[in-house]
Design a protein around this ligand. Structure first.
Ligand code: C2E
Ligand code: MG
Ligand code: MG
Length: 723
């Protein structure tokens, strides 16, 4: 408004004429019709800009200012019509910029040349050139500076950089425009039709060439921009994918890290209790052993612990109760040691403890007592109260130990010792190691015993205490060791049970005994009622095919099932009474006789006893050997005989060694007997000799009228002499 006011007031208005009207119309027309944007700038230029300069040169500042305003406003509206969003305030602003810039140009030109109209009319070519250049440069400067000021204010960018970036390119256009305007004015004043025409053609050619050039530039730059945009989009897409990939990678890495941690944890911990496992125990023991080697004051002790009766608890209460018990046991163990010590679980019911900085026996024992005391209290598992205890083996670290394995092996040996002697704990000593090595050797040798026919059967006669006749034999196994000679079953049967060799050994024994019996039966008609007893191991009871094997052997050898008696120790039957009853029933259906061996040592309950489908009770040797008149054992034998009678069972007394025992057993009504008084277990030929001399024990019958026996067995003669 100021600029318009000043120009209206400050410059004189010309009289309107037809030329002015044409100029205004042409300006308005061109402003709406034709303009081009200078590439990479915000500046639009049109032919009407040249006409404004023409108006400035011919009619002076007032007309030029108004025309410039009108031209800008019309241009803005024509943009808006083409769909470009221009606010009214922006249109007003553009008008103001045009008015101010044109006014400033007019003022500068007036300063330099006085009246512009006069100067343009009368000036020589050089002055006119300076005038138009001044107008061009000044128009450019004011337009570009004001525009750049707004842009930089709005975008908060550096003003000079904005000006340089957006506007500098337009300088040439403004100068060119002003030169054209100068030429046009000079042509108008010196009216030269050819010159004007040529000028118009030249201007037209220049304009359209430039327009084409600008269009090309715009298209190229639009293409470049498009390509750039696509590239940017592609790059953005790529970055996004990369980010996704990185995120994925991070997730995978974390999962990997987690699973590595888990694996590491699992490799060193027990899954049920989360206690350290054997690996960690071994590693820690190794570390402490190295530390001890470096400094003998840094001692330690390791314990191997095995829970007593865990198998029974597991089988009777179920595995989930077993697991709960193990968890509570682990907790109690943890509560019995110090923080620096280690409690580890090896497997099932096996645990290990490391007691750090302890090596004195008394100290170790006091720790074991703490542990034992913790287990005096019962565990409450699924509403049931359970008592359990540990067999503990102790190995104290000393300078003899070179490696971890030896140390752990020795605490294990001590633990097995504790277990077999039913002691709460055992401290390792070297004799145990020798025994363990021996045992291992026996185990190895026994594996070859069967193949090398080193096993033989010995036979101990079973005598009817009523008639003193041999009614059969008990087959007892012997091992003729190539180096050690005769090895007793007490030594190798437990080993064979542990290794599972007892199964093929028993099968061999069964087959061999049945064959011998078949042979004896053929030997003499007297032998028809002869029978043979074979011992069965508790381990064999767990075999499903035991019954089938017995059947097979009976049919192979052709002996009557009644002639075979199977002896099972009372403790083996009681270990798993229900399963035993089922197998015994199946064996009974085959027709064999069944006997409970070592009766009186296995704590049979009466409720079970009457359910066992058995034929015979064999009273254990321990009761017979110490049987004295009125003694406790005598009473036990008496009770067992009475019980057997009540249950309809036969009784065999084992271990009869003296006439006195025999006499008492006869008085008690014991039907059968076996013992050194009659014969020790003997090899086959001696057993056959006994068979041929069936009446050899008739004369040891009490009150016998037969004179003293002419017997070759020294033991028997000696005892008879005693009597
Ligand atoms: P067992 O079945 O109770 O066999 C009786 C054991 O008592 C035999 O010992 C026998 O020699 C011994 N004996 C018999 N009468 C007397 C006596 O008057 N005084 C003394 N002191 N001992 C007497 P043996 O042969 O050493 O067998 C020991 C145990 O080994 C057997 O006890 C049996 O449980 C087991 N056994 C032997 N052979 C076999 C077998 O082939 N299979 C299985 N599973 N176990 C067997
Ligand atoms: Mg026996
Ligand atoms: Mg026995």
């Amino acid at each position: 408004m100021g600029a318009v006011g000043y120009s209206v007031y400050g410059f004189s208005f010309p009289k309107p004429d037809i030329n002015l009207l044409c100029l205004i119309i042409a300006t308005v027309f061109f402003s709406a019709a034709s303009h081009l944007q200078i590439p990479r700038t915000k500046i639009h230029i049109s032919f009407s800009d040249i006409l404004i300069m023409v108006a400035l040169l011919i009619y002076g500042g007032a007309v030029a200012v108004l025309l410039a305003m009108v031209e800008v406003v019309i241009t803005s509206f024509s943009f808006r019509r083409k769909g470009i969003n221009i606010k009214n305030s922006t249109i007003l602003l553009n008008g103001a910029v045009a008015a101010i810039a044109t006014l400033c140009t007019a003022l500068i030109a007036t300063q330099g040349f006085g009246s512009i109209t006069d100067a343009s009319k009368s000036a020589n070519v050089t002055d006119l050139a300076v005038l138009v250049l001044l107008i061009g440069v000044s128009q450019f400067l004011f337009y570009s500076l004001i525009t750049s000021l707004f842009i930089s204010l709005k975008s908060e960018k550096n003003f000079w950089r904005t000006w340089y970036h957006y506007s500098l390119n337009a300088l040439v256009i403004y100068i060119l425009g002003s030169v054209i305007a100068g030429l046009m004015v000079r042509a108008l004043y010196n009216f030269d039709t050819v010159f004007i025409l040529v000028s118009i053609v030249v201007v037209g050619v220049i304009y359209f060439t430039y327009k084409r050039y600008i269009d090309d530039v715009r298209k190229t730059s639009a293409k470049a921009e498009q390509a750039e945009r696509e590239r940017a989009e592609l790059a953005e897409q790529h970055v996004e994918e990369l980010q996704k990939h990185i995120a994925q990678q991070e997730i995978t890495e974390k999962a990997l890290r987690d699973s590595r941690e888990k694996f590491k944890h699992a490799a060193y911990h027990d899954s049920l209790t989360d206690l350290p496992n054997r690996n960690q125990f071994v590693e820690r023991t190794g570390f402490l052993l190295e530390r001890y080697k470096a400094d003998k004051n840094k001692c330690f002790t390791i314990l191997s612990l095995d829970l007593n009766r865990f198998k029974t608890i597991n089988e009777s209460l179920g595995h989930s109760s077993g697991d709960k018990l193990i968890l509570e046991v682990a907790e109690r163990l943890l509560n019995s040691v110090r923080e620096d010590d280690m409690v580890a679980r090896f497997s099932g019911d096996e645990f290990g403890i490391i007691l750090k900085d302890i090596s004195k026996k008394e100290e170790v024992i006091s720790y074991i007592q703490i542990i034992t005391r913790k287990f005096n209290k019962s565990f409450s598992i699924d509403g049931k109260s359970i008592f359990t205890s540990f067999a503990i083996g102790v190995a104290i670290c000393d300078q003899n130990y070179e490696n971890v394995d030896d140390l752990i092996r020795d605490s294990d040996i001590a633990m097995y010792e504790a277990k077999s002697c039913e002691k709460p704990f055992v401290l390792f000593d070297q004799t145990m190691h020798a025994r363990a090595v021996n045992l291992l050797q026996t185990e190895t040798d026994l594996r070859y015993a069967l193949e090398r026919n080193e096993l033989v059967a010995f036979y101990q006669p079973i005598i009817s205490l009523e008639t003193m006749k041999v009614i059969g034999f008990e087959a007892l196994m012997r091992w003729i060791h190539p180096k050690r000679g005769l090895v007793s079953p007490g030594e190798f049967i437990p080993v064979s049970e542990k290794t599972g060799l007892i199964i093929p050994m028993t099968i061999w024994m069964l087959r061999d005994s049945c064959r011998k019996l078949a042979k004896w039966k053929e030997m003499a008609p007297d032998n028809q009622n002869l029978m043979i007893s074979v011992n069965l191991s508790g381990k064999h009871f767990a075999q499903d095919d035991l019954v089938a094997q017995v059947k097979q052997i009976l049919s192979e050898t052709g002996i009557a099932p009644m002639s075979l008696k199977l002896e099972i120790t009372e403790s083996a039957v009681m270990d798993n009474a229900e399963a035993a009853i089922s197998i015994l029933k199946q064996l009974k259906r085959v027709g064999v006789q069944l006997s409970i061996d070592d009766f009186g040592t296995g704590y049979s309950s009466l409720s079970y006893l009457h359910r066992f489908p058995i034929d015979t009770l064999k009273i254990d040797r321990s009761f017979v050997s110490s049987m004295e008149g009125g003694s406790e054992n005598g009473e036990i034998v008496r009770t067992v005989v009475a019980l057997a009678k009540a249950l309809g069972l036969n009784v065999i007394a084992e271990g009869i060694e003296t006439i006195h025992q025999l006499h008492q057993l006869r008085i008690l009504g014991t039907e059968y007997g076996q013992g050194f008084l009659f014969s020790k277990p003997v090899p086959l030929d001696e057993a056959e000799a006994i068979l041929e001399d069936k009446l050899r024990w008739r004369n040891i019958m009490p009150m016998s009228d037969i004179p003293v026996l002419k017997h070759k067995q020294p033991d028997t003669i000696l005892q008879l002499g005693d009597v």
